[in-house]
Design a protein around this ligand. Structure first.
Ligand code: HPA
Length: 281
């Protein structure tokens, strides 16, 4: 299978969406949900689930990051009757993929008519009013990865490349998330999220720079997915689980073990929050 690039994007979306559409079998999931580090177990809780490995989707790359399984899971969120299409495992630029490859699955789900993208990740907090274990709803993003999935000629043939980014994160979906969090007794805050290339974690000076730039939280994913989703007019909700304070804040020196450990302690609350949100869609 040849690699996704600017020459074959339209063909790749066509081929990939054909396989995904067949997998969906005429079902119309209420949302696509991208599960970040340590948040994968949400997909294991789905009922009447079916699985599609990324390997079986033309032009789709596989996730190599720890804890990322690399499959689509179509299933019912318990207690809601709502069907969702989860991505258990995401692609990151730091794995060596292009921004276009990272965004590709979002174009596929958009092509299949999925109206909402819920994208989640583990993130570090820069704003000191945000604490470890908090959930944060993204109100805006800083794409600091150095690239953009819409670079090249072919994304402009998919849809206009000059995508307006005001309100990229849907205020109405955020409102639903706040209501559900209140009902479920889960604490949620709001953040401006900075997406960096990684994979090294930030230095204290970089965390300070991000703070000056207006970022409340930081991680290494999400931004390309949001751009691709808006490119195709999907409504977007971004949720970060705060696994650590940014490097240098309150003496923090985060590492991947700590990030995964904290993510695992919040799995159950995360699942309740997302299930509640999906129930209101
Ligand atoms: N920095 C970057 N990515 C992250 C962090 C962080 O502090 N925490 C979780 N993902």
């Amino acid at each position: 299978m040849s690699m996704l690039n600017d020459e074959n994007l339209l063909y790749a979306i066509d081929q990939g969406a054909q396989v995904l559409r067949e997998f969906l079998g005429g079902e119309e999931p209420a949302a696509a949900i991208i599960l970040g580090s340590g948040l994968n177990p949400f997909a294991d809780s789905l009922e009447e689930a079916r699985f599609l490995s990324y390997r079986d989707v033309p032009f789709m790359e596989v996730s190599t990051a720890a804890g990322h399984k690399g499959r689509f899971v179509l299933g019912t969120v318990p207690g809601t009757g709502k069907r969702v299409l989860c991505m258990q495992g995401r692609l990151h630029k730091y794995e060596g993929y292009t921004a276009m490859q990272v965004a590709f699955p979002v174009w596929l789900v958009a092509e299949c008519g999925v109206p909402v993208l819920i994208t989640t990740n583990a993130a570090g907090a820069i704003n000191r009013e945000i604490h470890v274990g908090d959930f944060c709803l993204m109100t805006d993003q800083l794409n600091l990865t150095g690239t953009n999935p819409l670079v090249g000629r072919s994304p402009d043939l998919v849809a206009d490349r000059f995508v307006p980014m005001l309100g990229a994160f849907d205020a109405q979906l955020r409102g639903i998330a706040h209501r559900v969090a209140y009902r479920e007794g889960v604490s949620v805050k709001q953040c401006v999220y900075a997406g960096l290339l990684g994979p090294s974690l930030e230095t204290p000076a970089e965390i300070h720079m991000l703070e000056v730039l207006g970022a409340d939280t930081v991680a290494m994913s999400v931004v390309e997915e949001v751009i691709a989703a808006r490119h195709r007019g999907m409504r977007v909700l971004g949720i970060s689980l705060i696994t650590n304070m940014g490097c240098g804040i309150e003496g923090s020196n985060p590492n991947s073990d700590e990030i995964m450990d904290v993510a695992e302690t919040r799995e159950d609350d995360f699942a309740r929050l997302v299930a509640g949100i999906v129930g209101e869609l």
